[in-house]
Design a protein around this ligand. Structure first.
Ligand SMILES: [Zn+2]
Length: 186
């Protein structure tokens, strides 16, 4: 278990790696601020999908698509510790239980606020919906731009990466998939 003090000292070492004189005013509290921001950015480790998705309601026979689109999220690439940000579209077709719509956004955040790659967030959100809601189908589409590609390496500012996970009826049936895509584009 790494203590807060050890974490701050490690950041201080990195500051000294970047700059010779780290005694100037602007850097005085930087190590502490970095760890504060990390506590927030990485708080997804302290939540469980079961807790987020456990309060469900009677769907009263609703058997259409439930879609929450344009869920903005911020995550951190595990390869470079650079931010990647974008939008997630999360959909499911209930069998008999529906979930509070804000929970779909919270489940995206739970996975985004960890060290991540985009593919894993996409897959894990779909896995959680499948496990906890047992829907007829569920779908997750994520579009994001990656800091590690914008400010270093190939330096592409406008490239958007898209990933998708289609389960159940969204995987099996082209009509369900195209209705979903229509709803996302509208
Ligand atoms: Zn990266």
């Amino acid at each position: 278990m790494v203590t807060r003090e050890e974490a701050e000292n490690a950041v201080q070492t990195l500051l000294e790696y970047i700059e010779d004189d780290v005694s100037r005013e602007g850097l005085q509290e930087t190590s502490s601020r970095v760890i504060n921001s990390w506590d927030e950015i990485f708080n997804g480790y302290h939540q469980s999908p079961a807790e987020v998705l456990d309060s469900t309601f009677n769907g009263e026979g609703y058997d259409g698509i439930v879609l929450l689109r344009d869920i903005e999220f911020h995550s951190t690439c595990e390869h470079h510790l650079q931010p990647f940000t974008g939008r997630a579209h999360v959909a499911y077709i209930p069998t008999d239980r529906i979930v509070g719509i804000s929970k779909l956004a919270r489940i995206v955040d739970l996975h985004a606020r960890r060290l991540q790659n985009q593919e894993r967030i996409t897959k894990n959100v779909a896995d959680d919906l499948e496990t906890h809601l047992s829907p007829l189908g569920c779908a997750v589409i994520i579009e994001a731009s990656h800091g590690c590609m914008q400010c270093r390496g190939v330096k592409k500012q406008n490239a958007i990466m898209t990933t998708s996970a289609m389960r159940g009826v969204f995987f099996d049936k082209a009509e369900a998939r195209s209705e979903l895509m229509q709803l996302i584009r509208d």
